[in-house]
Ligand binder design. Structure first.
Ligand code: ZN
Length: 287
């Protein structure tokens, strides 16, 4: 099955302003394509309530606020209930698969059966081919394009939101400050972690948690080893009370005004990469 035309969108900045930053927004989408509706065992209303619980609402518009600053933004228009591109493709590698929430969810966040009776590996493979692999291929292509074009390392900001109260499948407890930063030793942008720690210190602490309640950051699969190693990636999760309530969609400034630390961080990140990129870097592109 071919993906719908609007399965995802890559927003490109003005070439004169571009920096090697990709803001990755995998969970803002709330669309379920008509030909995917029969995948699900839940009645339509129940499906909507699951969608409301899991969508990272308004992270798309928050990310797009950095488009005029030079960032590239990729937005998944399709709900994570169809396919979740943030997961590992093989359930054997994916920790969330033990809750039935691997790349193709078979259970809801609260443990109900999500997929219809008879859902098979063939059905799963079809959805992966239509939605998962194209997303990773697009991310891979964009990373390689920007690595060829810029001297500064390609950075990914993996932008999400998380609920105020833990979801039923969460196994860890503790405080849930406004921002969760996810990263790994292999890909962490250290200077950007320092920026967040300085911001937290300036307000007396309690602003961020590292790798809690969610951990790690997205790097597309299938990159050549050296290209993958050069990617810096930081996940930024915004607590949902800082974003406009779903399903009401306020004006763009509302997200900025309520998640001001992210707005400031995106501006810092773009400026940092502009400074680190050599002045003639844009001339090196062959495109
Ligand atoms: Zn998310």
């Amino acid at each position: 099955m071919a993906p719908p035309r609007a399965a995802f969108t890559i927003h490109r900045p003005d070439p004169a302003l571009a920096v090697p930053l990709i803001i990755h927004v995998p969970h803002a989408g709330d669309a379920i394509p008509a030909d995917c509706l029969a995948d699900f065992a839940l009645p339509r209303d129940d499906l909507q309530s699951v969608l409301a619980a899991l969508v990272d609402h308004d992270t798309d518009r928050l990310a797009l606020s950095a488009l005029p600053l030079g960032a590239f933004v990729i937005v998944n228009e399709v709900s994570r209930l169809v396919v979740d591109p943030e997961r590992y493709p093989d359930d054997a590698d994916e920790p969330a698969a033990v809750h039935g929430m691997g790349a193709v969810y078979v259970h809801t966040h609260d443990g109900r059966r999500l997929r219809r009776p008879g859902w098979s590996a063939v059905d799963r493979a079809a959805r992966m081919a239509a939605f998962y692999h194209p997303w990773h291929a697009a991310m891979r292509d964009l990373v390689l394009e920007l690595q060829a074009r810029f001297t500064a390392p390609v950075h990914i900001i993996d932008l999400h939101s998380f609920p105020v109260r833990p979801l039923p499948f969460e196994t860890c407890c503790g405080p849930r400050p406004p921002y969760c930063l996810g990263w790994t030793d292999a890909h962490a942008p250290r200077a950007w972690l320092d920026w967040w720690d300085a911001r937290a210190s300036a307000v007396g602490g309690g602003l961020v948690a590292h790798n809690h309640p969610f951990a790690g950051a997205f790097v597309p699969g299938g990159l050549p080893v050296g290209a993958a190693a050069a990617v810096r990636s930081l996940m930024v999760e915004v607590r949902r009370d800082l974003l406009p309530a779903w399903p009401e969609r306020g004006e763009l400034p509302a997200a900025h005004e309520r998640a001001t630390d992210v707005r400031d961080f995106l501006a810092f990140a773009c400026e940092d990469l502009r400074r680190r990129n050599s002045p003639d870097a844009n001339e090196r592109t062959s495109r």
